[in-house]
Ligand binder design. Structure first.
Ligand code: NAD
Length: 338
């Protein structure tokens, strides 16, 4: 049986990826220290599968991956992320995100046939150039990268990922780097525009109002099932080796105001959307050019936002908003980026 290893495998992307790998007949090792991943019902169901092995380890510890045996495929997802974590701990973000990746790459390099390693970078590598007005949108992978001022709260995260990309590409290990853009869906925590709006709409009485920041700003969104499909196909494609690829949806672009309307429909409430000023540092428009990953994988994201938000809401309503499952507190782990 083919064996895959997923670091950060109990988090948002990792758990969905693991389910998809199992469907394809893989055995999966999930490495996680539960610094963020929730021990919820979905994870418990995943761990009941006999092809799944939970390796509860802190990847910062020396030899954390020793003794796990060979793997054909590795997804390195573990990282310090989440707005609050990154803003409060810039030094740890730089140090640990690098250390985690180095431990995976060194372990892979030590194998007689190193596995393909997929590294999740971030759409935030484009943040500085977007701010400087140097980018066209949709943005392709070859766009110029500008490093934002170090004092900015999220520069440490962006730098850790950019340096990580370079480490991967110089390591001699067969790697694929993906830059995720606005993945959303069940188990993503609460610190993202979609679950955050869903949570507030759920808590607001019908006929009430919903305050929304940056209503005119435009984004694309990629439902997690589509995201996993793109990432997995890129990982398995021989020509995916050595590539840096945007992953996400290129279109349609939605204003945050339109997203709020979709959220209200999903929740089944008529709420007045009250426009608040744009959030500081939030770009007016962000969308990836996914031409490269689409050509490589033959796949285009297919789940529409209306459908994806409804599926996300169904999960949050059952598992978070009306749940007393303590393993989910604090209300979903803080998550990635907006
Ligand atoms: N979700 C997105 O849209 C998005 C966007 C850009 C980048 N990414 C990147 O994708 C990856 C996965 O993101 P996610 O949204 O699934 O995050 P997540 O926080 O849900 O999952 C990360 C997992 O890594 C684990 N982890 C952290 N430090 C660890 C350590 N020292 N040892 C072992 N495990 C550790 C956490 O416990 C958590 O379960 C991250 O690298 C993130 O930077 C995600």
């Amino acid at each position: 049986m083919k064996r895959a290893l997923v670091t950060g495998g109990c988090g948002f992307i990792g758990s969905h990826l693991a389910r998809r790998l199992l469907d394809d007949g893989w055995a999966v090792d999930l490495v996680d220290d539960f610094s963020r991943g929730a021990r919820d019902a979905d994870l418990r169901a995943l761990l009941e599968r006999k092809e799944v092995r939970l390796v509860e380890r802190d990847l910062r510890e020396p030899g954390a991956l020793d003794g796990l045996g060979p793997h054909e495929l590795v997804f390195h997802l573990a990282a310090i992320l989440g707005v609050a974590n990154v803003e409060e701990r810039p030094y740890e973000t730089l140090r640990d995100n690098t250390a985690l990746l180095v431990s995976v790459l060194e372990w892979a390099r030590a194998q007689s046939t190193p596995p393909r390693v997929v590294f999740t970078s971030t759409s935030e590598v484009y943040a500085g150039s977007l701010e400087e007005g140097l980018l066209t949108v949709p943005t392709a992978e070859g766009a110029p990268i500008v490093v934002p001022p170090r004092e900015r709260p999220r520069t440490s995260y962006m730098l850790s990922k950019l340096y990580g990309e370079a480490l991967c590409l110089s390591s001699g290990v067969p790697v694929t780097v993906v830059r995720p853009h606005n993945f959303y869906g069940p188990r993503m925590g609460m610190s993202h525009v979609i679950p955050e709006l869903l949570g507030r709409a759920y808590a607001t009485p019908d006929g009430g109002s919903l305050e929304v920041y940056s209503v005119e700003h435009r984004r694309t969104f990629c439902f997690i099932d589509d995201a996993v499909e793109l990432v997995l196909r890129a990982a398995l494609a021989p020509e995916g080796e050595g590539r840096v690829l945007n992953a996400g949806a290129q279109e349609p672009e939605w204003t945050i105001g339109e997203v709020a309307e979709i959220v209200c429909r999903a929740v089944g409430k008529q709420l007045e959307i009250v426009a608040l000023p744009p959030t500081a540092g939030s770009p007016e428009r962000r969308a990836p050019d996914i031409g490269e990953i689409r050509a490589l994988t033959g796949y285009t994201p297919a789940v529409g936002l209306e459908d994806g938000v409804r599926r996300t809401y169904d999960w949050y309503r059952h598992n978070v908003f009306s749940s007393d499952d303590v393993s989910l507190s604090p209300l979903g782990s803080p998550r990635a980026e907006r």
